[in-house]
Design a protein around this ligand. Sequence first.
Ligand SMILES: [Cu+2]
Length: 138
Amino acid sequence: MLYLISGFTMQDTQAASGIKTDCAINAGPCLKKTGTDNVQIEFDITPKPVNMMSELVFAVVVKQGEQPVTDADITVDLTMPGMFMGINRTVLEHIKAGRYEGEGFLPACPHGGKLWKAAVAVNRQGKVSTVSYLFEVQ
Ligand SMILES: [Cu+2]
């Protein structure tokens, strides 16, 4: 752990941690299931390719079975595994038919890291389901 504070890049640390992406964000939206209630959550970021330090739109589509979920409160929390990058939370608004959007950005990483984790929290009637997506930016 010594090299965490001795100037090696965080990219090295992220690689060493064995954390892998599970969402090819530049290829399109990523779909996950919450494991409860047959709820599916699709996550996307535009414009592509996704870059740090530019205005981004975070979009989430929520369905239960084939039914759009239109009554959720949704936030997206962005963190870098293994590094504190500040609190970065975007509140999404329902647009239509279970699609929620919000504007945000990813700050530049002072350690050269590219791996981000988006934790999407879907709150419905006081019940919160959270799914996470690990993706890399350029
Ligand atoms: Cu970072």
